[in-house]
Design a protein around this ligand. Structure first.
Ligand SMILES: C[S@@+](CC[C@H](N)C(=O)[O-])C[C@H]1O[C@@H](n2cnc3c(N)ncnc32)[C@H](O)[C@@H]1O
Length: 238
């Protein structure tokens, strides 16, 4: 077990090293990017995730919090709540595990789950599915990094330091599920919000495999696709 964890953390560090990122950048530049311009999201005057997560917890009187992917505990340490669990295979939090390993052994339910681990569609989809299994009634799932500004910020494999990954595709897929109510808050690189209740704004987007949906569709109309709302409006929706 120790050896597996050690190798996992080495691989994660290697894939995020400068040289490897540069190689993937040129791979995307020559083979994948269609020269699309920045969308122009500007998060500088918006509330940050620390404010938003704590505000939701306070307003909803939540008592338990799970964070997937903690890094240097910037958010995890800031959250004030009775019970909190942080999962990260490399640094921070309270459980030195990947999210899959954690959910495999977990028996606890949470009011608020913040997903911010491995930013690939496949992993985020799995994290959402697992979180739904351990979400208390009237709980909320929040997902960080849902609004990339350009192709490179969402390209996988990761190719630069500022990286949201293709988390946005998992939000699009959830938006087509009639049993989930899904929004994206225009703040802090995009915070996805999932309620386990009937969908109030079902997205009609057909795909048999959402990992393959094209960035150009997101680039054309991110507002409709992602159901983007300002935090002020979101407070009434919650
Ligand atoms: C963007 S950082 C998290 C930042 C933190 N949530 C915050 O708001 O300050 C992503 C973290 O996810 C962790 N991570 C990578 N793969 C993971 C996995 N499979 N399960 C859980 N965490 C993972 C990384 O080690 C890294 O520390």
């Amino acid at each position: 077990m120790f050896l597996v964890k050690f190798l996992q953390s080495k691989i994660i560090r290697l894939l995020n090293s400068k040289k490897i990122l540069r190689i993937f950048f040129y791979y995307h530049k020559f083979f994948n990017n269609k020269g699309l311009k920045d969308i122009g999201f500007d998060f500088s005057n918006k509330k940050n995730r620390k404010f938003i997560v704590q505000d939701i917890i306070n307003k909803q009187n939540y008592s338990s919090y799970l964070e997937i992917g903690c890094f240097d505990d910037e958010l995890f340490d800031a959250i004030k709540i009775n019970r909190k669990v942080g999962v990260d295979p490399v640094t921070g939090g309270t459980e030195r595990l990947t999210s899959n390993q954690f959910f495999y052994k977990n028996k606890e339910y949470f009011d608020c789950i913040f997903i911010d681990g491995l930013h690939t569609f496949k992993q985020v989809k799995k994290d959402i599915e697992n979180s739904l299994k351990f979400l208390n009634k009237d709980g909320i799932i929040l997902i960080h990094d849902c609004l990339p500004n350009n192709f490179y910020e969402q390209a996988t494999p990761r190719c630069q330091f500022t990286w949201n990954g293709d988390v946005w595709k998992a939000i699009v897929e959830c938006r087509t599920n009639k049993d989930l109510d899904v929004y994206t808050c225009y703040a802090d690189f995009g915070i996805g919000i999932i309620f386990n209740r009937p969908n109030k704004n079902l997205l009609k987007y057909k795909s048999s495999n959402f990992s393959k949906i094209k960035f150009i569709d997101y680039h054309k109309n991110p507002y409709d696709l992602m159901n983007i709302v300002e935090y002020e409006k979101l407070k009434n929706i919650i």
